[in-house]
Design a protein around this ligand. Structure first.
Ligand SMILES: [Zn+2]
Length: 407
């Protein structure tokens, strides 16, 4: 533990531009000793003893309010998590302490174990995010044989500046993995290209991709850019944390030690959490369709429910004259416009968008112009938006609301 604390002090000194969230660090340090005592309980999670409340989707959470799904018997600290704006329907979730720690630490470790990766570096993962709710933090990751560090880097509004700082942080921390969703990793590679920098020159071992499906093109690009060609593809959601990862045989293994799964007649994946004591959800439709592999055993020999394909977890950006705008800029739409029930922004041309707005029942006035300006501001000048009020937007695909058409 002393060596880890020294490492943290060194990293903080070497990266003076970052404002680290000291509370988060202290929180994980506090927990490490408790977790070290109960490592088996942490790694081999036992189901929480509280029956989960059945739900259907984020839409249900939003209509009923997250409090309806809270477990009144849970007395521990609760962590509030806002789901990503890229889903188009941000909602609040509550995590128990154990679930919050598992979310932060287990994806990298589990994905590494599935792919037989050894971990000897002091910084296991340098996690980058453009979620405006996230802070920059150093966390102690107690999974594995020895505690390691995870550095979480919030890129901020100026993505270019964020990427320059990320490059600096990779040089200082020499992490095993650079972790993020496919879009952000792709944007990072673009940034390196603009700077005439080969990511291979940087001192990290590979990429861990989570929070979206990797297209074959992006996978190839990331593999080429990583120093050892190492690419781990994890399947992670805000609601449930680590769901699984892709193995060397190119199949996803859904991890049955953390959640349980059911596939409905439409092929949609319904997930039940068995370890989030604060808000256990049952049969939650996370909005993805999956294709099960016909065989129950994988040639890699690892356990888990085998999946060939996952459809739905696409995080498309809008492309505007060489500029890329992430849908996460609209993260606060529902907070800022409480009368808003749903909206759908679709790119229909190079600089053309279609906006459909659904307001809550019994709304007598909606600040239409203010909402239009809120949508328009990140897209910049010269953009045409056709806006209309609509009733009952298509709910099926959770990313439907941020589609980008092929132009
Ligand atoms: Zn396998």
């Amino acid at each position: 533990m002393r060596a880890l604390l020294e490492s943290i002090a060194q990293i903080r000194l070497a990266l003076p531009h970052f404002e680290f969230d000291a509370k988060l660090f202290l929180w994980t340090v506090d927990r490490v000793e408790a977790i070290e005592e109960a490592r088996d309980r942490y790694i081999n999670l036992r189901p929480c003893p509280i029956p989960a409340i059945a739900t259907t989707s984020k839409a249900a959470l939003r209509v009923l309010g997250p409090e309806a799904f809270l477990n009144p018997e849970y007395r521990g600290q609760k962590f509030k998590r806002q789901t990503s704006g890229s889903s188009g329907s941000p909602s609040v979730l509550y995590k128990s302490e154990r679930a919050a720690l598992v979310d932060l630490c287990l994806p990298a470790w589990k994905a590494m174990r599935l792919n037989d990766i050894d971990d000897s570096r002091r910084v296991r993962s340098l996690f980058i995010t453009d979620n405006s709710e996230s802070t920059t933090a150093i966390l102690v990751d107690p999974s594995g044989d020895e505690p390691r560090l995870i550095l979480r880097l919030a890129l901020g509004a100026d993505q270019s500046l964020g990427f320059d700082r990320l490059i600096e942080a990779i040089r200082v921390c020499e992490p095993l993995l650079v972790t993020s969703n496919p879009n952000l990793l792709r944007a990072f590679l673009d940034h390196c290209e603009q700077r005439n920098l080969e990511p291979r020159e940087l001192s990290f071992a590979g990429f861990l991709c989570s929070g979206g499906v990797l297209s074959p093109d992006t996978a190839r690009r990331l593999r080429r850019a990583a120093p050892g060609g190492l690419l781990l593809d994890a399947y992670v959601s805000t609601e449930f944390g680590y769901l699984g990862a892709r193995c060397g045989e190119d199949r996803f293994h859904l991890d049955e030690s953390l959640n349980s799964y059911r596939i409905d007649e439409d092929g949609k994946l319904l997930v039940s959490s068995i370890y989030n004591e604060a808000m256990p959800l049952k049969d939650f439709d996370i909005g993805d369709r999956v294709t099960l592999h016909p065989r129950s055993n994988c040639a890699c020999g690892k356990p888990g429910l085998l999946v060939d394909r996952i459809d739905g977890r696409v995080l498309p950006d809008f492309f505007l004259a060489g500029r890329r705008v992430s849908p996460s800029v609209y993260m606060h739409a529902f907070k800022k416009f409480p009368e808003l029930e749903e909206y759908q922004l679709t790119q229909t041309g190079d600089l053309c968008f279609d906006l459909k707005i659904e307001v809550k029942a019994r709304t007598t006035s909606f600040p239409f112009e203010a909402f239009l300006n809120f949508i328009r501001a990140p897209l910049g000048d010269g953009v045409t938006i056709t806006a209309s009020l609509a009733a009952g937007l298509h709910q099926y695909d959770k990313f439907q609301r941020f589609r980008r058409c092929q132009v």
